[in-house]
Design a protein around this ligand. Sequence first.
Ligand code: LMR
Length: 294
Amino acid sequence: MLRLLEIEPAMKSLEGIVMELDDCAFPLLAGVESTSSLTTAFEGTSWALLVGSVPRKAGMERGDLLSINGGVFKPQGAAIAAHAAADVRVLVVGNPCNTNCLIARSAAPDVPADRWFAMTRLDQNRAESQLAKRAGVGVADVRNIAIWGNHSATQFPDFENATIAGKPAVLAIGDESWLKGEFLATVQKRGAAIIEARGASSAASAANAAIDTVVSLTRPTPTDCCTSVAVASSGEYGVPTGLQFGFPVVADGLGAWSVKPGFEHTAFAAEKIKLTTDELLSERDEVVALGLLG
Ligand code: LMR
């Protein structure tokens, strides 16, 4: 059973979504119910996908955005803690997704921190696609792409540890200035480019990445691969504990996951990862100041 939570009153678009879900005739979809009640929405839920948020508009300060979204994600976190199934897992897609996830997680201290995820898989898919195109191979040949940090323009799509058809991506591409320049900027700014091109945020690719995230976290990760997802840091790779941070993750297929060890970084990558870490720390400081944590 899929339950859709209406976060704004009378969301007209939900009607259309329910109709389209019916029309997909998904064999595993037992039914769709829409509700504006947090209790009903999360009752017995095993996977909660928090997709809706208020996007940043012209003239809006980041603090305004975090404050508005705090009002959306804090109650959802509390409702998940109170009503969801004991095995609940949560994927936050609505932006700014890392910090929205942090807000929701901190409103649900009884739900273990390793059950909370924010979506950086869309960035991984974007990076794979750009690398595959440049190398003239299929996307399946691009492996081990990690997205470090924030799902924002400061993220670091890690070409240094990726492989293409079994070779280090840097060698396969053979053009480090393209990797450090155009490739990086394209992936970092892709969300904004999509908004510019279609007048609305990514929809199909974001939905696809949400599905990829859930599938990758529930099936064993192949050894030459990782899946990119923002998880609660336990200090891996020196990232401050508790930040909801994009890492390379491996799953065991039985519900457990861990941050993949062994990634090495040049000074260039370390500087980029520091930038995105600093951005997440400053978002965390802002939500602390707004009283949205805990
Ligand atoms: C995306 O990366 O496509 C979106 O997260 C962009 C956005 O701000 O909605």
